[in-house]
Write a protein that binds this ligand. Structure first.
Ligand SMILES: O=P(O)(O)OC[C@@]1(O)O[C@H](CO)[C@@H](O)[C@@H]1O
Length: 461
């Protein structure tokens, strides 16, 4: 492992990890086993990261949220009604208790356009559906949708970006590394080597994730540009050269209509990762690998640090007004790309914040599927998008990426994911170059999957 130790995400050290079953587990029918092969990941299996997440991480995320809201409202006095503030704080406490007691999933109360999709989804789950007994993906998405519904129910706080302060802090902590990357990647040419370098900077940007750290501050890797080569052994599947080849050729079905060459980034985290998305977008434009880069963002605050449209605006404003001329110039350039339409925020879609796996997209949101099919390449960023591509299912590690996508293939697509959950496919054990990991794999251990220290870059043509 070549990651500097101060940058490792010590998720497992900060929280208790009891062995064997405790009273809670027995009451809720939890088994003290790994997820069996070819079943959905869920909190039913104590050795699945889902259990650890629901039992410890989600309550901690809610505590961090309560602290962050209290702090923010103290520092930035607002016009929010006192009654609304009390309501959201109390409701988040109640939600925490509900998670901690493995509560049943209630219907979502909301006026937003996704409410029927959500409530139909919930209605189709087994009657006793609760946080620990349903698929991890569903339980976790449900929690974030419930949080949003609490704010929606108020008179004055519906627009409040309750994860905003945590995201802004993460961006501010990245100044130094952002400057370094802008300077070291200035005017990179269109060669396979530089493309792979840019792609990998973008990949490792995904290590910075406030959901994995339970809302605690995360700093990007220092000297990332220099680390990229040594980090190659941590990339377990690396299709980056094939991605470069594919971007240098237009897909057959688009050759007649292809005045505009779109590359679509299905974004993940705001803060440092979003910065790397912009940097990668600039590289694509400067080298004519895309005419337009479309950024797909979440329609509501999501998984703590996920990017919303507001985050893009705030990031541009932050960079644009920065005292460092390097960051300021970059911010101005990106703002101009947006003004000219070379960068675009894709049309808002609530699909990204449904619990649906992507193979269901063509049925649930055919318009989005069709829009995505106009792209030269879809880049799915991060762990949650990977979970939705594979459907939070315990595939065999060696299963083919195409098989695991279950027919989802609107156009060519790739995934840039640092591994933060116990699911994976497309792995050839002989291509694992890292001795420590090879040993863990041979012992059937999966702790390495929760750290973000390993990654995959996978392509589907
Ligand atoms: O999508 P991201 O930001 O890369 O990761 C999201 C994430 O932190 O949330 C999930 C658990 O809460 C994990 O699977 C994953 O690590």
């Amino acid at each position: 492992m070549s990651l500097p130790s101060e940058n490792k995400t010590n998720v497992n050290e900060s929280l208790p990890q009891p062995n064997g079953l405790d009273a809670f587990d027995i009451e809720h029918g939890i088994s003290d086993i790994e997820t069996p092969p070819e079943v959905p990941l869920s909190g039913q299996f104590k050795k699945c990261f889902a259990y650890f997440t629901i039992r410890y991480r989600l309550p901690n995320i809610l505590v961090s949220l309560l602290n962050s809201i209290r702090e923010d409202l103290k520092v930035n006095p607002s016009n929010y009604e006192e009654a609304d503030i009390s309501f959201v704080l109390e409701s988040i406490e109640k939600l925490k208790t509900q998670v901690e007691n493995n509560g049943r999933l209630e219907k979502i109360a909301s006026k937003a356009p996704d409410v029927d999709i959500w409530n139909n989804f919930i209605a189709n789950l087994p009657e006793n559906a609760s946080f620990f007994n349903i698929c991890w993906l569903y339980a976790e998405c449900y929690l974030y949708r419930r949080i949003y519904s609490l704010f929606e129910a108020t008179n004055t706080m519906a627009q409040y970006d309750y994860f905003g302060p945590q995201k802004m802090k993460a961006l501010q902590m990245s100044d130094h590394v952002m400057e370094e990357l802008i300077q070291t990647t200035d005017n990179c040419e269109n060669t396979c080597e530089t493309f792979c370098h840019m792609l990998k900077l973008n990949l490792w940007g995904n290590k910075c994730d406030l959901s994995l750290s339970s809302g605690k501050d995360v700093k990007p890797l220092e000297n990332l540009s220099q680390l990229i080569v040594s980090l190659n052994t941590n990339i377990l599947v690396d299709d980056s050269a094939a991605i470069w080849n594919c971007l240098n050729q237009q897909p057959a079905q688009q050759q007649q209509v292809a005045d505009t060459k779109y590359v679509d980034l299905i974004c993940d985290n705001a803060g440092f990762e979003l910065f790397t998305d912009l940097l990668f977008g600039q590289y694509l434009l400067q080298n004519a690998l895309a005419k337009v880069v479309r950024y797909h963002v979440k329609a509501m605050p999501w998984f703590v640090s996920d990017t919303t449209a507001q985050d893009i605006h705030k990031t541009l404003k932050y960079l644009d007004g920065h005292k460092s001329h390097v960051l300021r110039d970059f911010g101005k350039r990106c703002s101009k790309y947006f003004e000219e339409g070379a960068f675009q925020i894709a049309e808002e879609s609530y699909f990204w914040t449904t619990p649906y796996e992507f193979y269901r997209m063509s049925e649930i949101n055919p318009k989005l599927y069709k829009d995505l099919s106009t792209s030269s390449l879809l880049v799915f960023k991060g762990d949650l998008n990977y979970r939705k591509l594979l459907g939070d299912f315990n595939w065999n590690f060696s299963d083919d990426f195409r098989k695991c996508l279950r027919g989802f293939n609107p156009t060519r697509l790739c995934t840039l994911r640092t591994i933060k959950g116990d699911l994976l496919c497309g792995l050839k054990p002989e291509s694992v170059k890292c001795p420590d990991l090879a040993r863990q794999l041979s012992l059937g251990k999966n702790d390495w999957m929760f750290t973000g220290n390993y990654a995959v870059i996978q392509l589907l043509l």
